[in-house]
Design a protein around this ligand. Structure first.
Ligand code: GDP
Ligand code: K
Ligand code: MG
Length: 282
């Protein structure tokens, strides 16, 4: 069989375990990531001649370096390089969940989105334009209802399509405001392009530097000969952003992501009024 690895990422309570179980059935085992008390869950699914290893990443709202869960989730994505990441999203909490989606996109991995809890979202009157949202985010989206097993085969099909490179991979990625993009580009120039020296995507690294990500700074100090130069360039960049935007670079980046999400949500999602009395009136 052809083998590949699929990693499930999502916020806590988005239905990740439910979909993991739907996919893998009883073919799963639980361990721990080395050195941390973060649970490592893996399973297998055979489908149409593929033997797919499914990795259940810890549930997180973000991919910052504030918690072991977040560090594990992003390290697995970058270091173990799953062939595809499936981002499970709680459709009934879409705006909040998309914050993680943007951060996974920043890691530049092959990505598919499962719009889970679609039943809950629809019952509350949400109408999601999947086509449009998919285009705005640059991610293929599959509607799922984990508890009923709806959309699971479609999800596998979409993952295989991405792995096989059959879906035209949307390179389009969300961009920050120009002042920040300029500094991202500036810092990127000082980072090695060789994967052997530095496995993290350069654009992602530059963003994380501007966010003062302690893990990334620690790794740069440990691994790169020109770390002192990078850190002094970072100081310049941070200063320029503060001067121009009158805002902390970290806050400006977080706000940039939220602004994009608000815009995409407004365009692609309609909130219908639900007539709460329609049942009793009938
Ligand atoms: P996790 O924290 O992401 O692993 O989420 P779980 O898989 O534990 O799911 C959280 C809760 O949501 C559980 O009670 C599930 O049965 C329920 N759930 C999962 N997917 C769906 C769905 O698509 N629709 C509905 N209505 N409930 C779901
Ligand atoms: K849970
Ligand atoms: Mg879970």
């Amino acid at each position: 069989p052809k083998r590949f690895t699929l990693a499930l990422a999502g916020n806590p309570n988005c239905g990740k375990t439910t979909i993991f179980n739907e996919l893998t059935g009883s073919r799963q085992h639980v361990g721990n990531y080395p050195g941390v008390t973060v649970e490592k869950k893996e399973g297998f699914v055979s489908y149409k001649g593929y033997e797919i290893k499914v990795v259940d990443l810890p549930g997180t709202y973000s991919l910052t370096a504030y918690s072991p869960d977040e560090i594990v989730a992003r390290d697995v994505i970058v270091e173990e390089k799953p062939d595809v990441v499936v981002n499970i999203v709680d459709a009934s909490n879409l705006e909040r969940n998309l914050y993680l989606t943007l951060q996974i996109k920043e890691l530049e991995v092959p990505l598919v989105m499962a719009m889970n809890m679609a039943d809950v979202a629809e019952a509350s009157g949400l109408e999601i334009d999947y086509e449009l949202l998919s285009r705005l985010l640059g991610v293929k989206i599959v509607r799922t209802v984990g508890t009923r097993g709806e959309g699971i085969t479609e999800l596998l099909e979409a993952a295989i399509e991405v792995v096989e490179g059959r879906s035209e991979r949307e390179e389009k990625s969300f961009r920050f405001r120009e002042e920040i993009e300029k500094e991202i580009e500036y810092l990127t120039r000082y980072l090695p392009g060789d994967e052997k020296e530095w496995i993290y995507p350069r654009r992602w690294t530059a963003i994380k530097l501007l966010e003062s990500d302690k893990e990334v700074i620690r790794k740069i100090k440990a691994k790169l000969e020109n770390s002192q130069e990078i850190l002094s360039r970072l100081e310049e960049s941070r200063q320029r952003i503060e001067n121009m935007l009158n805002d902390d670079p970290e806050m400006a980046i977080i706000e940039g992501r939220y602004a994009f999400i608000r815009g995409a949500y407004r365009e692609a999602v309609r909130e219908k009024e639900i007539d709460r009395f329609s049942f009793t009136e009938a």
